[in-house]
Ligand binder design. Structure first.
Ligand SMILES: [Zn+2]
Length: 323
């Protein structure tokens, strides 16, 4: 049986505006992420009977109307996981104490809003590092799902941070070589990260890392951002390769995928925002139809629990779940 974990990075509207160097004040209380995008995703997943994981930002959970929506997500059987306190950029470059404060605080707020403690984490911008994994493991998190094995992504990420003035020019090359090396050598499948070297497989930690899927062999991502750039055939290629290599799929969407300039009047140069909503929804239906035809979809939490059980049964050797 092959599994597919589908997740939505519910990037806050604030972080989107910050990324584009815009002031939030001109939008007032308007929050298209929770008012529009999240309900649209719930409806879409319901249509296919999919239980997904929603990575939410802690500070978004403090707003009363959002808390109702979060409870609604939970009541439909989806998982709420942690996408940091306020989606700080360059997360891996933050000092350990700031990271700890961020994770502790966001865990508490998200737990309070959803009614249960989150067990999964995804770093903003997939910007994960050894310290973050160490903190999550010590806090009892079941999994992290931030590893994104696209070799040039560390460079793309830094360039976007620099463009949006989130880092200094002098920080552009800091740890870059190391990050690229880690990206290359890290596993493609779910694994327990080695203590001290999170990008390597080891058995001395309890936490799992579930890398975001990329195309086996070719190494390109085929999530929605790339779909908007290269069209649906790009998904077909990635999906075909994933099936050919008998791999599980960890596929992710972003909150902005369900927002469109045409009906939501947000005019930003952001991937997919210029495509009208109906076109995007039909594209997503096409993808989910294919996925549900061949894969059993479940939340990341359930997937990691199954993996954990199978490791116990087989004495730590794992099973063929991820092959
Ligand atoms: Zn994000």
């Amino acid at each position: 049986m092959s599994y597919c974990t589908i997740s939505v990075d519910v990037d806050s509207f604030d972080s989107l505006l910050k990324f584009h160097g815009l002031n939030k004040d001109r939008f007032g209380d308007y929050d298209p992420v929770y008012k529009k995008a999240v309900p649209r995703f719930i409806e879409l997943f319901d249509e296919f009977g999919i239980k997904a994981t929603f990575f939410v930002v802690g500070e978004d959970c403090l707003r009363l109307p959002n808390r109702t929506i979060i409870r609604n997500i939970v009541s439909r059987g989806h998982e709420i996981a942690n996408h940091s306190l306020n989606h700080k950029f360059a997360f891996s470059m933050l000092p350990r104490e700031i990271k700890m404060k961020d994770i502790v605080e966001s865990t508490r707020i998200i737990g309070d809003a959803s009614g249960y403690m989150p067990v999964g984490f995804r770093a903003p911008g997939y910007d994960v590092d050894e310290v973050t994994i160490d903190l999550l493991d010590k806090m009892g998190y079941l999994y992290d799902s931030s590893l994104y094995k696209f070799i040039i992504y560390p460079l793309i990420r830094r360039a976007s941070y620099l463009r949006s003035k989130q880092i200094l020019r002098s920080q552009m090359l800091k740890n870059l070589q190391k990050e690229i090396k880690e990206t290359i050598v890290s596993p493609m499948h779910i694994y327990r990260p080695m203590a001290g070297k999170f990008w390597r497989k080891g058995e001395d930690r309890n936490i799992f890392e579930v890398p975001v899927s990329i195309m086996p062999f070719l190494g390109f991502p085929f999530n929605t951002t790339f779909l908007f750039l290269f069209g649906p055939k790009f998904f077909d290629l990635g999906f075909w390769l994933t099936r050919k290599y008998n791999m599980n799929l960890n596929y992710n969407f972003h909150s902005t995928d369900m927002i469109s300039s045409d009906c939501d009047k947000i005019f930003l140069k952001h991937p997919g925002l210029n495509i009208d909503l109906l076109t995007k929804q039909s594209l997503f239906r096409r993808i989910l139809k294919e996925i549900t035809k061949y894969y059993k979809c479940l939340t990341l939490e359930s997937f990691c629990q199954i993996e954990s059980q199978s490791k116990k049964v087989s004495g730590g050797e794992g099973t063929s779940l991820d092959r």
